[in-house]
Structures are given as structure tokens and as C-alpha cells.
Design a protein. Structure first.
Length: 567
């Protein structure tokens, strides 16, 4: 086939794969629970409360500033929230694939070789990129910026490329703090271009200065506004510690499915060794791509990976594939290049199976998309709206269990707390008692609820189709939302009893039931425990309820015989 016709066929095929990849990502469109943390911050920012989860309480509970600001811009323009989050993800995915195609085209023109867009075709064909092109998180934006920053370093034909790379890295670290690893590789690469001369230092400074200024300004803002340098996730995920075994499991599961990434890593290393032995001109570019991928993957493994399958490792995949693509350009035989590219792309067409037996989690690592079908999002919206109709305008302090960030967002209540520390420093900074689900290992207890005057704890288990009997400390909202009453406050709960769709046990009945249990208690110790439980539920400052029942129950406890001491 004529060379021009062959090139045209390659680009026609690439355009078709591009369209099919975007169509598949759009078809799989979804939204995960954690995305609603960023949405709530964006919502409060647009409404004039600032970058806060709760108005009046300054906590940095997000780790994706630029993504949150993009969502805020969409909300400010009156665009739909979930559709905007999905569209931004899809646009980032398209930008990543387009950037990879443009790079291949540019390199083909520079070398006069047949274009083989390995990286772009793999990214457009990988199932996990299709899944995380949406999800409502910054995954593809972060990946596109990391890839773009490292690629910009090789544009030595443009005087401004150093500064442009620095600006891209600045956007990267604002998208997620761990982007500083890619920025560090980029700055080091700039200096190593000419380490023995001032030219290398100038290159490094032009790239690193925008990043340094951005980080300094961001740190000053955080210290002034939040009084903290690190977000809650830094503490809740125990980022200063290491969890190599869990991280190794995360990496292993990723490679079981995406074995193309492992094959690409081995191929990239082999091509780098070959280039080093030949002192080939592509050696520096290969080294930068491989170093960026290796450093970031090592970091992900050290911190234990993530509870969401594949998401944290996706940014390394384009870098490894680009390294393969660059190294293969040095092969003189286009047929050999074509065969190697086809072999690597086979890994996209034949992924491995991880969740083969229908598991939702393996070692705490979740196939996250399966947790949040459209029906679940619709239910959480109904539950949140039910809470809003009942509690809007009140001073209720509400906590919610994990996996309910979307319910919290839709409730639009002024005070909400996620019980594993995602939105509260006082929880996130607790000492780590034991390893568990990554990022969700520190949970609220009765002492924390009491100290923070939490009134209600919203439960993940919906009362819909639930045949369990209602407990006296539970409250139901319109039959779709269940919460536990942690402390009874007359000013909050008595008005709720008359609201449509709200079901709760009156405090008088709770006291009467407790009296019967205390009367039946065989010992003073057990009776005292029952009275303590009641007084925690209905403390002395709960309202204007007469204290007569407290005195009578105290007398009843004192009349009980003490438990005989064990001999």
C-alpha cells in the first residue's frame, strides 16, 4: 500500500476508535458518592458561603481544588450538577486522547515514520478509562494534565515550552496534591538536560517557578482560611504512614485486569535500556516518562492504593505507553513496530477478569461503579429531599454514615458530618487504631457524637422493604430515610412529630419503656446502666421537660439490691 494511503488509513482508523471510545465512556456514564463532596463545596461557594462543607465551619474536605472550582463554575452558570460533572470528565478524557493522537502525529512528521498511535488507541480502548471518564471525579483531568506536562517538556523547539510545562504542572497540583510528584520529575528532567551549565538551571527554574508560586499561594490561603496545611484526607488516609501490602494488592488487581500496563512497563524498560546502551537521542524522553510513571506508582503502592479499583493507577498508563511508542520509533523496520504495537494493543482487547464471582470488594478494593447505579442515585436524592423537607430551617446537627455523601448533598442541610473523617478534622486526626478500608479507618464513636452535639445519625440502610421492627431511638422520614436519634432535644424533635411523613417514638413513651426495664432489672448495677443510657439519650438540657421522672427513676434505681460480689 502507498505510504500516504497507509497513513490516511491509520488516521481514519484512529478517528473511528476515538469516536467509539467516547461513545462507550458516555454509555457507561455514572457518578460516585465521593463526587458529591466536591459538589457540596461547589454549591456552598456559589451560594456565598465560601469553600466549605458546612457554612460557618472551615474544613478542607476536598483534594481536587481545580475540579471543585470547575463544578462551581458550572453551577454558577445554571448548568445541571450531575450532567456537568460527567461532561467535564468526558471532556478531560477526550482531551487526553486528543493530546496523545496529536503527539503521535507530530512525532511521525518529525521522523518521517509511519504513525502508530499506541498510547491513544490503548487509552481509548481500556475499560477502566471508559469507567473513570465519568464518575464525577477528577481522574481524567489529572491524567491529562500529568501527561501534558511531561510531554510539553520535550517541545524544545518552542522557547516558551518550559514556562508552559510549569503552568500545566501548576494546574496539576491544584487538581490533586500528589501531582507534585510528576512536577518534581519534570523539574529534575529540565535540570538534567544540562546539569553542568547554567542552561539546565534556567530550564528548571522556568518550569519549577510557576509550581513553587502556586504551591506557596495555595498554602498561604489554606493556612489563612482553614488554619490547616493539609486536607482531611491527608489525615484520614494516614498519608505519612505506609501500607505496602495493601498497595501491592491494589497494584496486583490492576495488573490482573490491565495486563497491557504490565507489558508496557516491561517493554518501556527494555527500550530504555536499549536506548541507554546506544546513547540514543530519545533516551532522555524515555527516562522522563518511565521515571514519572514509576515514581507515582511507587507512591500509590506505599500509601495502600485506594478503595476504588484502578482509579489511582490510571495516570501512569499513558506515560508507559508513550515510552513504548517513543522507543519503538527507533526501530527501523515498520513491520516490527507494527507487530509490537499490535501485541500491546491485544491487552486492551483481552483484559483479565478481577471480580469474576460477582464480588463487590476484594481486600476492601471496590468495583465502585457497581455500587451506584442510577436507581441508587435517585433513591439517595429522594432520601435527601425527605430530610430537607423535615429539617430545613432547624438547627439540627446531622451525621451520616459512609456512602451517603449524595444523600447529604441533596438534603442541603446546614450542618452535616461524615462519620469517617472525610469532612471533619477532629475525626480525621484521630490516632489510627487498626488498618481497614483505605481512607475510612477512623470512625466516630459515642464520645465524639456527644462532644460535637450531634442530634441525628442518618443510616445507610433504607427502611424501604425493611421488616425489622422500629426502635424507640429511630426516626423515619417519608418512609425512605432512617436515622438514629443520638440525643433528644425538645426544640428539635417535638415539632417534627407533627410533620407529614415523619415517624418517631414520643419521648414520654421512651421514658415509660425505660421505667419498665428498670423495674424489671435484677440489680442496681443493671438498673443504673439503663438509667445512664436514658440520660445520654435525653440529657438534662434537652428541653423544658419536668425533672420529676428523673428523681423517681433515681429512687427506683437506689431501691434495687446491689449485685453480690463474686467470691
Amino acid at each position: 500500500m502507498d505510504g500516504a494511503l497507509l497513513r490516511r488509513a491509520v488516521w481514519i482508523g484512529a478517528a473511528l476508535v476515538f469516536a467509539l471510545g467516547l461513545a462507550r465512556a458516555w454509555q457507561l456514564g455514572w457518578i460516585c458518592d465521593d463526587a458529591f463532596i466536591s459538589l457540596r463545596y461547589a454549591q456552598n461557594l456559589v451560594e456565598g458561603h465560601g469553600l466549605v462543607f458546612n457554612p460557618g465551619e472551615r474544613v478542607e474536605g476536598y483534594t481536587n481544588l481545580s475540579w471543585t472550582l470547575l463544578l462551581a463554575a458550572a453551577l454558577a452558570l445554571g448548568l445541571p450538577d450531575l450532567a456537568s460533572a460527567e461532561a467535564l470528565g468526558l471532556a478531560s478524557y477526550a482531551a487526553l486522547a486528543g493530546m496523545l493522537l496529536a503527539h503521535t502525529r507530530r512525532r511521525a512528521r518529525e521522523t518521517g515514520r509511519l504513525p502508530l498511535p499506541l498510547a491513544a488507541l490503548a487509552v481509548l480502548g481500556m475499560d477502566d478509562f471508559h469507567v473513570w471518564a465519568t464518575g464525577g471525579l477528577e481522574t481524567c483531568l489529572f491524567t491529562a494534565l500529568a501527561t501534558g506536562g511531561l510531554l510539553r517538556l520535550r517541545r524544545r523547539d518552542r522557547p516558551r515550552s518550559d514556562l508552559e510545562a510549569g503552568l500545566i504542572f501548576s494546574a496539576l497540583v491544584l487538581t490533586r496534591p500528589d501531582g507534585v510528584l510528576f512536577a518534581a520529575v519534570g523539574v529534575a528532567a529540565q535540570w538534567l538536560r544540562a546539569p553542568a551549565s547554567r542552561a539546565g538551571l534556567r530550564h528548571a527554574l522556568r518550569t519549577g517557578l510557576p509550581v513553587a508560586v502556586t504551591l506557596a499561594a495555595w498554602a498561604l490561603f489554606k493556612l489563612a482560611f482553614y488554619g490547616e496545611l493539609f486536607p482531611t484526607a491527608f489525615h484520614s488516609k494516614s498519608a505519612l504512614g505506609s501500607w505496602w501490602s495493601q498497595g501491592a494488592l491494589y497494584l496486583r488487581l490492576f495488573l490482573v485486569k490491565n495486563w497491557i500496563a504490565g507489558a508496557a512497563a516491561l517493554a518501556a524498560l527494555a527500550l530504555l535500556v536499549r536506548a541507554l546502551s546506544r546513547r540514543a537521542p530519545e533516551t532522555g524522553d524515555l527516562a522522563v516518562l518511565v521515571a514519572g510513571a514509576a515514581l507515582f506508582a511507587l507512591y500509590v503502592v506505599r500509601v495502600g492504593g485506594d478503595f476504588m479499583f484502578a482509579r489511582r493507577l490510571l495516570p501512569v498508563v499513558p506515560l508507559l505507553l508513550l515510552a513504548c511508542e517513543e522507543g519503538l520509533l527507533a526501530l527501523r523496520d515498520d513491520r516490527l513496530r507494527l507487530a509490537a504495537t499490535a501485541a500491546l494493543l491485544l491487552g486492551v482487547a483481552l483484559p483479565g477478569t478481577v471480580y469474576a464471582r460477582g464480588e463487590l470488594r476484594i481486600g476492601g478494593i471496590a468495583d465502585e461503579r457497581r455500587f451506584y447505579p442510577r436507581e441508587t442515585v435517585a433513591l439517595r436524592e429522594r432520601q435527601g429531599q425527605a430530610l430537607h423537607r423535615a429539617l430545613a430551617g432547624s438547627d439540627a446537627r446531622v451525621a451520616f454514615e459512609g456512602g451517603l455523601c449524595m444523600l447529604a448533598y441533596y438534603s442541603r442541610l446546614p450542618y452535616l458530618a461524615e462519620i469517617t473523617g472525610l469532612t471533619q478534622y477532629s475525626l480525621a486526626k484521630r490516632p489510627l487504631a487498626a488498618r481497614g478500608l483505605v481512607g475510612h479507618e477512623k470512625a466516630a464513636d459515642a464520645g465524639w457524637f456527644a462532644e460535637n452535639r450531634i442530634d441525628l445519625l442518618v443510616r445507610a440502610r433504607s427502611p424501604l422493604n425493611d421488616r425489622e421492627p422500629r426502635r424507640s431511638n429511630e426516626i423515619f422520614f417519608e418512609g425512605v430515610t432512617r436515622a438514629t436519634i443520638l440525643r433528644w432535644r425538645d426544640a428539635l424533635l417535638r415539632p417534627l412529630a407533627s410533620k407529614p411523613g415523619v415517624q418517631l417514638t414520643p419521648i414520654e413513651l421512651v421514658i415509660a419503656n425505660s421505667r419498665r426495664r428498670i423495674e424489671a432489672a435484677p440489680s442496681r448495677e443493671l438498673a443504673q446502666q439503663l438509667l445512664d443510657d436514658l440520660e445520654r439519650f435525653h440529657p438534662p438540657d434537652a428541653g423544658e421537660e419536668p425533672a420529676e421522672w428523673r428523681r423517681s427513676l433515681r429512687a427506683l434505681v437506689d431501691s434495687k439490691p446491689a449485685r453480690a460480689a463474686a467470691r
